[in-house]
Design a protein. Sequence first.
Length: 360
Amino acid sequence: MNRAVTLDDLVIGGIALAAGFLAAFLSRTLLRWLAKHAKRTRWSGDDVIVDALRTVVPWAAIAGGAAAAAAVLPLTRTVQHHVNQILTVLLIFVVTLSAARVVAGLVRTVTQSRSGVAGSATIFVNITRILVLAIGFLVVLQTLGISIAPLLTALGVGGLAVALALQDTLANLFAGVHILASKTVQPGDYIRLSSGEEGYVVDINWRQTTVRQLSNNLVVIPNGQLAKTNMTNYTRPEQQLTVLVQVGVAYDSDLEHVEKVTTEVVAEVMTEITGAVPEHEPAVRFHTFGDSRIGFTVILGVGEFSDQYRIKHEFIKRLHKRYRAEGIRIPAPTRTVALQHGSAVIPSQRSGEDRVSEAG
């Protein structure tokens, strides 16, 4: 259009722009109300979707109002094209960010709701977020009239050089994906490496695995090293496990009575101590005629790895108290040394001087 801007054009354009802002305000109010109701549901995915819509819908309404205002004004074709292009790019940018947030949130929700998938592993969340942002960036370039085919070709050629330069980083990335896909280790598992590190897996990201020790310190392990080392997972295939406590009683003890008393203490601990397994069947197994005692093993059931320390603590205290009440003796190791007259020499050292005393 080549005509001059009139007052009517400005009024209509202002009304269109104001309508866009009003629609943005009303939609944001409505979505705020929906967000409150979404929090009451069990599924957390609707919270993620509503939160993303609270960003997209108002901006879309404002962009629509601005586009309508630009359409009624007598702008030149070039200016009109640039305005529409700017609004389109702005809308794509907002949609891309919101889509990345939605997809990452949904991936996090799915992984947290399924026991066989990575509960809090950020590697999947980060990969999906990067993919969505990359797609949005390519769409923006295409909207601006920039051909993406040469860019993709350059990225393919340059990607090979980058891959060679970042071998360790990519090895850790693929090792992390392999660890999660194989389901051998997941966040929340208690693991022990052959090198001695042990603790709860906090997170597995694109480069490293973070393990929290019982002392509350964090150990950072590269994914490549974790994939190559020997490892014991105390959470899989089941979180519950059994622990062994070694006990010994005197040779003059009534073993039937010892077994009965020990079984009663085990049953008491299993039902009263937090972290124990109430349905665990008490088990006492005699196995050794020792130098000063008859040894046996008591098998306890615990809910998870860290519970064993508290349960062992309570079991030993209660068993010792019960043995004393029942008259069951736990002998200390003893050794008898026989010395023949005139043939044994006992060396001793005092104040740096060697002294020798002969028996007899």
